[in-house]
Design a protein around this ligand. Structure first.
Ligand code: FES
Ligand SMILES: [Fe+2]
Length: 402
């Protein structure tokens, strides 16, 4: 049993389980002509690339937010990186967002140097043209009437793409894996009335996504990192008992009355005269949601930690509420809060460079242990095809001081 004992783990070795499978192919298939095939990377190179990506500790086959919706306007092509995959993102003339691998399948130049023409992206090098939503090649200008090359069999890499809550989400299908027949919907923020205010913030953290995530669910840093007059003081630290329950792919801090030492919650209770109930969920691959409700008033937030590269991740925070708190009042507080986390993780990255041995202790780090176990068990179930084993076998109460 892991309970009540310290677990050591390695900063570089945060459970990295390779999922086996074919390498990601930029395009084409086995019936492609030799002329095209020779231009693609050799199989050995592709296998190496897939192994390197699998080794990075990323969770594939999930939705990740890539850019804000507002960034893709008109004919603009925007670049982003998710799970070390360079992407080019844009919007067709019909308004549909699309995400392609930012690499021309001909000779690898980023497609983002090319141009978007309604529904087609044209490479800047030799002018190959690709349908933006499917990645299918629609024209190779150098071909003559004598050429037999089947243009429509060539594909640029492309990924399912959806817009939700002001973000462009990209479904990062794993290297060499087939897309499921129906890709699930991108995760939407919980809202509880027609009218509400909404805010988006983001910040980059110079660390592996695992550190970003366990930082997000870590209850013990609050009194030290987030000291401020509006939130709490170090001296307000006190013992807490919180009940958790398993949910699919994650865990829930069961609905409870939030910490009495936090000013915003006291304010909410004062406004409605009713009790405040808070529910906090963590769900793989990277989502932490919090819902606070008191009478008719509600506040809902979602933080995702998205892997950009193995040494860089990004927190995207979105919150919505129907309380009488103006955006201009909430924004600086939320910004300060995120900035405190960011500064701490910049400092932590300094130490992690030297690959120290690290510890997870009970009960304050139990959620981090569940996260690693969920991740490992998910990869194991994908590998074997067996049902995923949940690391929790029922509700459990954790105790810590914060
Ligand atoms: S590299 Fe894109 S068309 Fe040749
Ligand atoms: Fe924090």
């Amino acid at each position: 049993m892991l309970l009540r004992e310290a677990v050591y783990y390695d900063a570089a070795g945060l459970k990295r389980l390779a999922s086996e499978g074919e390498p990601y192919k930029a395009g084409g298939d086995s019936t492609m002509s030799e002329a095209v095939r020779t231009m693609l990377q050799t199989n050995a190179e592709a296998v190496q690339e897939a192994a390197a990506l699998a080794d990075a500790g990323f969770l594939w086959d999930f939705w990740y937010p890539a850019v804000r919706s507002a960034e893709i306007r008109g004919q603009k092509l925007v670049t982003a990186m998710l799970l070390e995959v360079p992407l080019v993102i844009g919007r067709t003339s019909e308004g549909k967002a699309f995400a392609m691998r930012d690499s021309c399948p001909h000779r690898g130049i980023p497609l983002s140097y090319g141009r978007l023409d309604g529904t087609v992206v044209e490479c800047c090098y030799h002018g190959w043209r690709f349908d933006a939503c499917s990645g299918r090649c629609v024209e190779i200008p150098s071909l003559t009437s004598q050429d037999k090359l089947k243009v429509e069999r060539i594909f640029a890499g492309h990924f399912p793409c959806e817009e939700c809550d002001g973000y462009v989400w990209v479904y990062m299908s794993g290297p060499g894996t087939q897309l499921p027949e129906t890709v699930p919907a991108a995760p939407a923020l919980n809202v509880f009335s027609d009218k509400y205010k909404i805010i988006h913030l983001s910040c980059e953290l110079p660390s592996h996504v695992d550190h970003g995530i366990i930082g997000l669910m870590d209850p013990a840093h609050g009194p030290f990192v987030h000291q401020s007059w509006f939130w709490r003081k170090r001296a307000s630290i006190h013992e807490k008992a919180k009940q958790f329950e398993p949910i699919p792919n994650g865990f829930r801090m069961s609905p409870h009355q939030p910490s009495a030492n936090s000013a915003p919650y006291r304010l909410l209770a004062k406004m409605t005269g009713e009790t405040v109930t808070t529910t906090i969920d963590f769900v793989l691959p990277n989502l932490r949601t919090e819902i606070d409700r008191s009478g008719k008033l509600w506040f809902s937030s979602r933080a995702t930690v998205t892997p950009v590269r193995r040494d860089l991740c990004r927190i995207d925070f979105v919150a919505a509420w129907n309380l009488l708190i103006p955006l201009a009042v909430f924004r600086p507080f939320a910004k300060k809060f995120l900035r405190q986390d960011q500064l701490t993780m910049i400092q932590q990255a300094e130490g992690l460079k030297y690959n120290p041995r690290l510890m997870l202790i009970d009960d304050a780090d139990r959620q981090a242990k569940w996260y690693f176990a969920l991740k490992a068990n998910l990869l194991e179930s994908r590998r074997t095809g067996a049902a995923m084993v949940h690391p929790m076998n029922g509700p459990v109460t954790l105790h810590w001081r914060s």
